[in-house]
Design a protein around this ligand. Structure first.
Ligand code: GLU
Length: 447
């Protein structure tokens, strides 16, 4: 066992039994610790400040009941959380996820990852995450509004533009942000940037909706450029049909790539010659209507492959954009066999530890979500400053700023991760994020 692995195991053992038993949190911590723990041990100040231990421990976890009335007049009870992980480099910042399966384990790992992601943007953004075990599927618009208002009644006292600035994540988009921002504004009696992902009519930023997906493509372009390649004619397998997947697909097409798949839990929409804009629009419409991809109209060239994963088709680049741990060891083997040489994560931690080993062994260029999908939160950072200035940028300006931010993140990560003629983007992202956090935490003393 090498020193980093031994130290990582000791570190994990030093955590509370409760935290050690949270599988996703453990996976996220292990991946970071394996890269940064020797760096911490070798720096007397950072070791003394116990930077990593403090990052694993969220500043606070707020847990609350969300009680609301459905359309039938019946009282419903859900559970909501906000994990405020670290505000060492800025106000807590991160999305809210509404999903029946969401657990505190998910939100803890996501908040931990968010600290590193936000540090990589170079912007003043701390880390947080939140959500509820609410299933928006099948709910009426009025029910979603009442749920969002009830959620915000509980959360409002804990957030604010200089305190904690939530945004969207899975199943939390423009509609939900609108209802929650309205409820926050009513509760606080103020009008300020306490949330991002707002609509353009009330303080949102151009390109925020598209930012995670567009940013992912800009990051991949920077990776390819470094390797002397470009996106033109590259076959790109994308999983998911949500906001990240759709906008990554649209941008990939605009940059002359061929998007061969989009998917959901029912199966994969596949076109070896590349999905056209009409196919991508249909997927977006299905998602918006709460439908699945199983019955594409005959006018589309693409075919639907029931229960198939996008990784079972030939491709050059894989962009997992659905959810955590969607690529296991078998899926990783399949995508390597199908020709994938670059994998960049649009979702947060979509690749299991076993899958990562397969990718590393096969020499796949791998970009972790904390770097590759940072475009969303980066434009959230721009939204915060636009709201504070009361001065808004054009779509062209934001898009250009996003390109620059992604290319800067790429360069920061590549500089940390290069060695032996290649780049380890996972290591680079962990080290670059860690160094910024460690400097800030150490400078501010023991709190
Ligand atoms: N949920 C997004 C993420 O995973 C965006 C967070 C934000 O804009 O605050 O980074």
């Amino acid at each position: 066992m090498d020193r980093a692995t031994a130290l990582t195991e000791l570190f994990l053992e030093s955590l509370s039994a409760e935290d050690q038993d949270l599988p996703n949190l453990r996976q996220a911590i292990t991946e970071v610790a394996a890269d940064v723990i020797t760096v911490e041990k070798n720096d007397a100040d950072w070791a003394a400040a116990r930077v990593l231990r403090r990052l694993v421990e969220p500043d606070r976890v707020i847990s609350f009941s969300v009680t609301w009335t459905d359309d039938a007049g019946d009282v419903q009870v859900n559970r909501g959380w906000r994990v405020q992980a670290s505000n060492a480099i800025g106000p807590y910042k991160g999305g809210l996820r509404f999903h029946p399966d969401v657990t505190l384990d998910d939100l803890r790992f996501l908040a931990f990852e968010q600290c590193f992601k936000n540090a990589l943007t170079g912007l003043p953004l701390g880390g947080g995450k939140g959500g509820a075990d609410f299933d928006p599927r099948g709910k009426s618009d009025a029910e979603v509004m009442r749920f969002c208002q009830a959620f915000m009644r509980q959360l409002a006292p804990h957030i604010g533009p200089d305190r904690d600035v939530p945004a969207g994540d899975i199943n939390v988009g423009a509609r939900e942000i609108g209802y929650m921002f309205g409820a926050w504004s009513a509760a606080s009696g103020t009008y300020a940037g306490a949330m991002t992902g707002k609509g353009l009519s009330y303080g949102g930023s151009e390109v925020r909706t598209e930012a995670t997906g567009y940013g992912l493509i800009y990051f991949v372009q920077a990776m390819l450029a470094r390797a002397g390649r470009d996106l033109s004619e590259q076959r790109i397998a994308i999983s998911g049909k949500g906001n990240v997947a759709i906008h990554a697909a649209r941008k990939a097409l605009a940059e002359r790539g061929k998007v061969v798949t989009l998917s959901d839990t029912s199966g994969t929409l596949y076109d070896p010659d590349g999905l056209d804009p009409a196919a991508i629009d249909w997927v977006a419409a299905q998602k918006a209507a709460g439908g699945d991809l199983s019955d594409p109209p005959a006018t589309l060239r693409a075919t639907f492959e029931a229960d198939a994963q996008p990784w079972s088709f030939e491709a050059d680049i894989a962009l997992p954009c659905a959810t955590q741990n969607e690529i296991d060891e078998d899926a990783a083997k399949a995508l390597v066999d199908n020709g994938v040489t670059v994998l960049a994560e649009g979702a947060n931690m979509p690749t299991t530890a076993g899958a990562l080993k397969v990718l590393r062994k096969a020499g796949v260029l791998y970009a972790p979500g904390k770097a590759a999908n940072a475009g969303g939160v980066a434009v959230s950072g721009l939204e915060m400053s636009q709201m504070s200035h009361r001065r808004f940028m054009s779509a062209e300006e934001v898009d250009q700023a996003l390109r620059t931010l992604m290319s800067d993140i790429h360069d920061r990560v590549a500089a940390e991760g290069q060695g032996g003629g290649s780049v380890d983007y996972a290591r680079g992202a962990n080290l670059a994020g860690y160094r910024r956090l460690a400097r800030a935490i150490t400078a501010q003393g023991v709190l």
